[in-house]
Every structure is written in structure tokens, then in C-alpha cells.
Design a protein around this ligand. Sequence first.
Ligand code: AMP
Length: 445
Amino acid sequence: MCAIVGVFDVKHASKIAYYALFAMQHRGQEATGISASDGKKIRTLKDNGLVTEVFNEDKLSFLQGDMAIGHNRYSTAGSDSVRDAQPVAASYKLGDISIVHNGNLINKHEVRSKLIEQGAIFQSSMDTENIIHLIARSQQGKLQDRIIEALHIIKGAYCLLIQSRTKMFAMRDRYGVRPLSIGRFKNGGYIVASETCALDLVDAEFVRDVRPGEMVIFHQGEKEFESIQLFEPDPHVCAFEFIYFARPDSVIEGKNVYAIRKKMGMKLAELAPVEADFVIPVPDSGVSAALGYAQASGIPFEMAIVRNHYVGRTFIEPTQAVRDLKVKLKLSPIHKILEGKKIVVIDDSIVRGTTSRQIVKLLKRAGAAEVHMRIASPTIEHPCLYGIDTPSYKELISANKNVEEVREYIEADSLAFLSIDALKESIGNDMNYSLVSFDGNYFIK
Ligand code: AMP
């Protein structure tokens, strides 16, 4: 969850950051913010809302300078305060500093308790604020060394961008759980963003991904960036980025998300075939996999569920009652296609089971004779602690019910999931992935 962007050495950097955040709106819709530096001062604006709601020409004109960092915040239950929006900006001994973070620190409570004991005062509930305090309290002389010291204290999944008045630092944890890519502008200057779809929008040329465990430093007046390998890389790229989170046009670790989702659908067709009249995706999350399923099975593809794009994601409202209504607000079936037909419905994942249950109901009410659910990911049996907002064991339906019991709950005629092996084969067996949601292997101890 969350998107981050950094723009370096480009005229009116905040405008570029704005467009990059717009391209990555799918990674978080709760709050957004940008900090810009003009070499003398860092200015920050942030608020609850979408990128286009929070910013306008006036606000971007206020955010002057050739350097900017920005953030889109993903909503999690109970933390909708503007105080939890990013960037987090502060003034400390060496001057102004501003920071954005995508991921989740697993020792945040421990670190925070220690800092509070030492007299630190916190303004938000964000783990990102821990990092600012660690940097401010460090006895090291240079900002770079202070950051490195802080990185040796925090543990977890993180992509971080830190901006001083004249420098920008980009860091990715040694597991590379969340994506982070570097792009270059034709006329000079750089962009660092969570997803390559942001680079495409602002016409930046992809250079490479920030490596797991690497710190990349952009210095004012220098054409090339500096790289320091801080930690031994142990890549565990999040499989859920490929399943659901990232945009299909993005490329993570050289792998196009759309092509991989399609492969997942093809594998699903091999593993769990069914006789049906149509393959139907749950838009938008199931579209790429459904195309793969249709191609591999030879069953015609139909867009028989229409999505209303003006409703936010179903997870925005934290209460169960509202979540149920939101599925209906968002998705609507086309009766004419469905009447009397046997259909295979493809979605990317089942978390609580709310969406699938509602969809089966909608499709049956619209006249479908049989509804076969096929899910293009394995059963989610464990909460992710590394930055994807999956709920507790209690709420995860597959942590509590077997596939047949889930089928009964969602009232489908049949139900099947992708296997973990097929998921790995789809993304590519050339590297390790974070599969915690599926196998419970919490590799960050
Ligand atoms: P649920 O209704 O709880 O089973 O949620 C499943 C639906 O939510 C699927 O259609 C997914 O596309 C989507 N989804 C899966 N994981 C997440 C997540 N971490 N945040 C928001 N939506 C998600």
C-alpha cells in the first residue's frame, strides 16, 4: 500500500511529482502530500483526499524548487487523521528534512517506546515518524550517516525517500519487498517512483530498479547518482504486487504486471478447468487473469459485469455493513449476457469473502444458471506484516475455512484457487518472492 515519488533536478519538480502521484492513485486514496525544496527551504502541503482534490495550480506554485518528494496514503481502518498523511517534514540540527515511506516497519512499537523513554514527542501514529526521530537524535555528523544509522535500527519492509534542502536519498530494504524504480528525464534530472507507470506518464526513461539493500543518493549539481550497497540483498519481492496491487502497465524487476496476471489466468485454466459458456472478469482486478483463462480454455470472454469507476475501493470504509453496500454500488451485471448461462468468474483474490459472495449473488439474480469462481491467487491464510493491508486471522476467510467451506459461504457452484507453485511459475522461478499471505513464512525475523 501507498505510493512514493521523488523528483530531482527538474524545473518545478512538484508538478512532476503531482502527475506521478496521479498515475499511482490506485496505491492509496486516503491522503496525499508533496514536499518541495528550492535549495534554501522545504515547503510541504498534504491533506486527506485524492491527488486532484488536494492539489491545484496555486498550491503547486507554492511548492517551489527543483526537488520534490510525494506520497499517496492507503486507507487502513481507524487511522484517517491528516496527521498521518505524508511527507513527514521537520527541522533538526542540520536543517530541513522531509521523508516519505512505503511499507511497514515490524519493530515500530519497540523503537517508539525507546524514543519516548528518551524524551521524544510524537505527533502521529506513523512508523515513518520514528525514522525522523532516529535521524535527528543521531550523533553522526553527516545526514547520510545519520540515515544509515537509523536504517540499522528499523526492521521491516520499506521503500524510503528522504530529502534535505540539496540532496535526495532513495532506499529499499534488503528484501526489496515493495517496488521502487529510477527514471531519467531527457533534459536531465531524475525521478524515483513506486511504479514505472509514473515514469511513463511524465516521459521519464526507465534506468533501473533501486536494488534491495541499496541507498541511492542524488547530489545537487551532479549528473550521476551515487550508489551504496548498505545491506546484503535477500530479494523477496511481494507477490501481491503482481496479483493485485500494482497497475497492469507497470514493470517490477523487469516483469510486466499485465503479462504475469495473464499467465496466472492461463495456469488457473489448466489447474481448474470447467465447462462454461463465458469467462467473465470481476473488473478491474480480474480482467488480465480472465483474458488468460479465456485464451487457455478457449471459452469466450465477456465483460458481463460493469464497474462504476467513481466509487472508491471496497476497503475504504472500515465497517462490514458499508462494505457490503459498496460492492453493489461498484459492480453491476448485464442481464442479457448472463440469462440461463453457465459462467466462470475470475477475480484476483479472496480476502474476507465479501466481494465474491456479493458477486455470486448479483450474477445469480441476473439469471446466470451456474457460477463457477476461479481465483488467480492462492488462498490467503496469513496477514501480511510487510505493507499490504490484509486483515487479522479472524477476518481472513481462508484462515478459517477450507476451500469447500468458502465455496459454501460465497454460494458458488464451484470454487478453485491458483496453487503457490503455479503462482511462482507465473511470476518466474528466477527469484524469491514474499508469499507470507499464502505460506506464512515471515522471513523478516
Ligand atoms: P474481500 O471482499 O474481502 O474478499 O476482498 C477481495 C477483493 O478485494 C478482491 O476483489 C480484490 O481485488 C480486493 N483486494 C484484495 N486485497 C486487497 C487489499 N489489500 N486492499 C484492497 N483491496 C484488496
